[in-house]
Structures are given as C-alpha cells and as structure tokens.
Ligand binder design. Structure first.
Ligand SMILES: [Zn+2]
Ligand SMILES: [Zn+2]
Ligand SMILES: [Zn+2]
Length: 346
C-alpha cells in the first residue's frame, strides 16, 4: 500500500508531524516505513491512500483474443483459479440488472470465464447464455489474468503492467506461442507497417514476422511457472543376467556393482535422516559391508546430509536409534526410487 501524506511541519522546531489516521496507523505498527518525495505523476492525487493502478491493457480490445486464449487461462491457473480470485476480490453480486440480491455469493461459469453472483441472480441466470454475460465473464478473465501476471512478476497493486511484461510472462509460463503477431510487433517496438489499398509488386517485401523473433528468443528461456515435470529422470535401467560367468563359479570373486549416474541422483534427494538437502550417497556399512574389499554396491546407498553422515560414521547405533536402521532407510529409499521410475526394468 502506498500513501500520500501532507505533513504538518512545525518549521521552527524542525519537527514533522504525520497524522496517519486510523486507516493508515497500522502501517506504522508493522515496522519501518519508507518516506520518499512525491513523484510528479501523483501531483494531482488527494492525500491519503494511493489508488490501485488502472490497467490500460485491460481496456485494449486487440488483446482480448490473447486473454481469452485457453492456453493463457490455463497458465494463469485455469477457471478454478479465476473463481478463487473472484471470491477474494469481488465482494458483491456482479449482475447489475437486478433489483434484489441475496447475501450469499456463488460463482457461475459462462464462456469464456466465470462470474460471481448472488444466489438469487445465479438462480435466474443459470443455463442462460447472453452477450451481456459473455462480456462480464470476459472482463473477469482479463482482470484476473492481468492481476495474476502482476503478482507473478512481484509487482505491487499500484504498478501498471506493460505489454512487454505481459509477453515476458507468457514466454516464462511456456505459452509464448499464444502471443499474437500484433502483440509481438508492438512489444518489440517494430514499426507499424502502413496498410496500402494498392500494392505495387515491387513494394511487397516479405517482412520478418515479429512472433518469429520472439520464438527465437523463447528457445533460450526455460519456462519457470510451469509445474515441475511429472516424470522424474530415468537414471538407472536394470537387466537380469541369470547366466553371468560368476554364477557358474564355485567361489566367485565378488564383482562390485558401480553406477555413478545413480549415486549422483541419490545425492540430489532429501537426506534419509533429517530430510534436509543431502550432500553424499552413503553406502550401507555393517552387514558384512564396508571393508576395503567389501564396499557396498552402488545400489545400496541412501542420501545423507553432511551432518547425519558424520553422525552415522561416528556411531552407527546412535544414528540408527535416532533415524531408523540403515536397512529400513535403504528399503524405503529403494521403494521410492522404483516407485517414481528412477530405477526401471531394462
Ligand atoms: Zn444478485
Ligand atoms: Zn541429515
Ligand atoms: Zn557413509
């Protein structure tokens, strides 16, 4: 929240008195407050709370197709996200054409979005599709997308969103291809091509589409707002060899199974002791494992942070009493690695 204050200045004493009033007093209770000179753009505003910015992009007809694009709605959180936003930002029935409104509010879907209505109006309007309702639903989608983008870019409510920022969000959210040619051209500040009614053939020069310029840049940007990839990397593929040479030997020499990609992945998992980020893959010790010739196979590893790892090697029984035995932890960890497809069948 930003506030414009007109301080009473007691010049002779060099003392400035601020009268925040009850609405603004809480600001001063929440800690330090930044005081800065009034920007010229606020000169016309009265003292008191600075109103939230009006968003010029929301009034831009040429952006409607972008805002109501399915991909944009999905990237902003989908219709449930819109409805959550409506419930928290709209506080009265949105249907202006009724005399009576019930006090309970509900959301009602209508292409291309949704709206907040009172029980009475929702009852009257349910199943109807009208231009008026479409316009209301569209307005909600646009205001919600803009607010969502503003929040994702960590801007305050007073901040006017620029077209280039909207495009940047789309690229980061992985929906850069929803950016229209006109948006791309405007946000890249490309000159608007004059539209002539008659072209001479020599005038027709194919220009580079602005979206192709964006597309080139987009290839360099990894989407940040997308949910984490569902599929974990396949790290380890196992195959069984029932007829390995050693299996025919009476006293086969132990062949230690080594797999660096797997132990590297194990290190990236939370510590089996305390769940903080792990530092090391710990090879199980005890149970006949852990001597120089008997180091456990790379499959018998659990992720441990440096602290838990030191604790374990300092005193195995103290560690195991505290966190569970190594075999239990290993069993649980292998269950996870198999369960999420990091270890798969060849
Ligand atoms: Zn109503
Ligand atoms: Zn730990
Ligand atoms: Zn260890």
């Amino acid at each position: 929240m930003r506030i414009l204050l007109k301080p009473d200045v007691a010049r002779s004493m060099g003392v400035v008195l601020l009268k925040p009033g009850s609405e603004l007093l809480s600001m001063f209770r929440h800690g330090r407050v930044l005081i800065e000179p009034e920007p010229g753009s606020m000169a016309h505003l009265p003292s008191g709370r600075v109103p939230d910015a009006r968003q010029p992009l929301s009034q831009d007809k040429s952006l409607e197709a972008f805002f109501t694009d399915e991909r944009v709605i999905a990237a902003a959180g989908g219709l449930p996200g819109l409805e959550f936003w409506l419930e928290h930002n709209v506080h009265a029935c949105q249907y202006q054409h009724s005399e009576y409104h019930h006090k309970e509010l509900v959301t009602m879907r209508h292409p291309p979005g949704s709206m907040l209505l009172c029980w009475h109006c929702e009852n009257q309007l349910r199943e109807q599709t009208t231009r008026q309702l479409s316009e209301l639903a569209r307005r909600n989608v646009i205001d919600w997308v803009i607010d969502t983008v503003r929040i994702r870019l960590r801007y305050s409510k007073e901040r006017e969103l620029a077209l280039a920022e909207l495009c940047w969000w789309a690229v980061c959210a992985g929906i850069g291809d929803a950016i229209t040619e006109e948006m791309a051209a405007r946000s890249l500040l490309l000159p608007v091509e004059p539209f002539l009614s008659v072209y001479k053939e020599s005038d027709i020069v194919p220009s580079v589409p602005a979206t192709s310029i964006l597309q080139r840049e987009m290839a360099l940007v990894k989407p940040i707002d997308m949910p984490p990839a569902e599929e974990p990397p396949k790290v380890l593929t196992l195959a069984a060899d029932p007829e390995s040479p050693e299996s025919f030997m009476l006293r086969p020499k132990r062949r230690r199974w080594v797999c660096k990609p797997y132990t590297d992945w194990v290190k990236t998992q939370p510590c089996s002791g305390c769940q903080r980020p792990a530092d090391d893959p710990h090879h199980i010790i005890g149970h006949g494992m852990g001597g120089t010739a008997t180091k456990a196979h790379d499959l018998f590893v659990i992720p441990l942070c440096r602290e838990c790892h030191d604790e374990l090697h300092a005193d195995v029984s103290v560690f195991e009493q505290k966190h569970g035995t190594q075999l239990e932890l290993l069993f649980r960890f292998l269950d996870k690695a198999l369960g999420i497809g990091v270890i798969v069948k060849a």
